[in-house]
Write a protein of this length. Sequence first.
Lengths: 280, 186
Amino acid sequence: MREIHVSVITDMVERLCIEANTHLPQDVKCAIEGCRAREDGVIAKGVLDNIIENYRIADRENVPICQDTGMACVFLEIGQDVHFVGGDLREAVDEGVRRGYTNGFLRKSVVADPVRRGNTGDNTPAMLYTEIVPGEKVSVTVGPKGFGSENMSAIRMFKPSAGLQGIKDFILETVEAAGPNPCPPMVVGVGIGGTFDKAALLAKKALMRPLGSSHPDPFYADLEKEMLEKVNALGIGPQGFGGKTTAIGLNIETLPTHIAGMPCAININCHVTRHKTEVL
Amino acid sequence: MEKRITLPLTEELAQSLRAGDSILLTGTIYTSRDAGHKRMCEALARGEELPFDPKDATIYYVGPTPAKPGQVIGSAGPTTSGRMDAYAPTMMSVGARGMIGKGARLPEVVEAMKQYSGVYFGAIGGAGALLAKCIKKCELIAYEDLGAEALRKLYVEDMPLVVIIDSQGNNLYETGRAEYLAQTNA
């Protein structure tokens, strides 16, 4: 049994909130720069140049890449041999978010009630997911999620007869409907299978997977490649002004599902696809 | 080629701009987003004055991050304009003809733009650190309780924008994509 004081989690979450919001992951930078090299429209190239200049400024000056510093999505993978001491784990995570968003000069974008609104003032609560895994390590991932893109996401409960074509059409339909709103070039996270709620979580997790990595099953790895090409053939382009680069990545995550269903969720993210992981 | 323009956005200046024009904008603009627009439109409905003179004014749909010590403003890129569609025609009806944001607008907003010679400028969504560099002055003028959504008066210099929808209703989101697809399929 390994004991971990919850204050260690608070410190990690604080640091990860700030770092994720100021330094874009290398895989996302590589994807954007690769697309810039292939783009040939004047406006499209100009937009991508500005996007690259923007994350370089953020890196250099330690300022947020985007003003929407998001809701703090926090994923904890907790080894089953770990025992947390010194306080409440959820409160420790929220305290990390509170400190990160305050000390890091990040925007507080969370309202206390979905209908009656009212800013909580410290960006809490975190959207917290915990998973128990073998071993005695703890992996902490913070993925700040902006809502310009979150608002363009969709979920559908397909009949199994809709098949692969149903999913392909749904992906294209969702990206088409999103159009210029989610700050393209976007990242498309697709979750297929499980239940209604699990499909949505898979789609979110797909956004945390490095761009350029593939689904381990060649069937889905090919589908990722095919659908990224088809999304880019829509021509929406950087910022929706037309061009080759509508998406810089498309990741699919899957789970077994029920004989009666085929849930499919699509979580859209912008070019500021942020996530940072540390293992304790 | 980029066109340099200086505010206020007079009717004549507005009518000279065309969808697809790359602009470097200089002058005074005002920030507002969801909650601020709701409050301003409620004030107008009660017959009250707005916290700023809306004549020929330009509104930037933005909720910046807090300024770090020594900064004028934090990161300050545009938010999705569609959420202000419910308020934009009212704002144009009292003279605020310029809008800076990102994303699609409803047909009724475009109709109001034709009626009042409005212009919808796009700033690059997600480029908040870059856009903050163009903001030289920032003054909080109303609705402080709204935090990031409070109303601010900004002075910007050479802010890089693209005209997305012009006062005739031409729309770069439609024409830019159609041109790209026409080239690709040619």
